[in-house]
Design a protein around this ligand. Structure first.
Ligand SMILES: [Zn+2]
Length: 245
């Protein structure tokens, strides 16, 4: 049983409307349409960063291989040039020695070509990685721009909601000032009860509690309509204060 004047009950009903509106605004703020795509964009950026780091590591490794092969190919070339100079210097006349030098030279040139071929392959591999990195970077900057746009959209949405919430709150505060403090505290306790789902006071329309939607037994409704001791509450789980319509 709640002791309240008819005016206080009307004020509480109005406070309830503002609180319900504030709850709805909080849900709207949490579910702003730009939030989900923004989260997706951020997730995609994290994935791109992981792939970029992996490809950068690949690029470093391939570059090191390319450099090593380049050194080995140059060394083979230098060595072959030396042997070639020696071969055609005219200082060696022994046919057997000349034949051995020619064999050496052939072997060194084969080695040099093999190294150069491998270097070319590795160079192509490096270029493919560089193309990947360029693609990743261009996708990244596209998504960064999109995310910035979505962030602005979220911020604007939040500002709109916050302005509406501030408006609801100031109207609510003005009403709260007109109601007995104990009654407001009672209202807050009922609203905080999880079973009430935010509804602390509701109209009774016919036999139906507008708070929980349940139809009350007629005997309860009669008791309510003729309660000499004050205002009764919904006997169902919602326990909200009932106001006759
Ligand atoms: Zn109820």
């Amino acid at each position: 049983v709640v002791q309240a004047t008819a005016e206080e009950l009307q004020a509480l009903l109005a406070i309830q409307e503002h609180d319900t509106a504030i709850d709805r605004l909080a849900r709207r703020r949490a579910d702003l349409p730009a939030r989900a795509p923004l989260e997706e964009a951020r997730q995609r950026l994290r994935e791109l960063d992981v792939r970029r780091a992996a490809r950068t590591a690949d690029a470093e490794q391939v570059q090191a291989r390319e450099q090593r092969l380049d050194h080995e190919a140059s060394a083979a070339a230098t060595h072959a040039d030396e042997v070639e100079r020696n071969l055609y210097s005219g200082t060696i006349s022994s046919p057997r020695e000349l034949q051995a030098l020619q064999a050496d030279l052939d072997q060194l040139r084969r080695q040099q070509r093999a190294l150069e071929d491998r270097e070319l392959e590795v160079m192509e591999e490096r270029e493919a990685i560089e193309r990947d990195l360029t693609d990743l970077d261009s996708e990244r900057s596209e998504i960064v721009a999109k995310a910035a746009e979505l962030e602005r959209e979220v911020a604007t949405g939040e500002q709109d909601v916050d302005r509406d919430v501030a408006d609801e709150r100031s109207k609510r505060e003005a009403l709260v000032a007109t109601v007995n403090e104990g009654l407001v505290a009672d209202y807050e306790r009922r609203r905080a009860n999880a079973k009430n789902r935010g509804i602390a006071i509701a109209r009774l329309v016919g036999n139906r509690c507008q708070g929980c939607g349940l139809t009350l037994p007629s005997v309860e409704v009669d008791r309510f309509r003729h309660a000499p001791e004050g205002t009764v509450c919904c006997p169902e789980d919602c326990t909200c204060i009932l106001v006759p319509s």
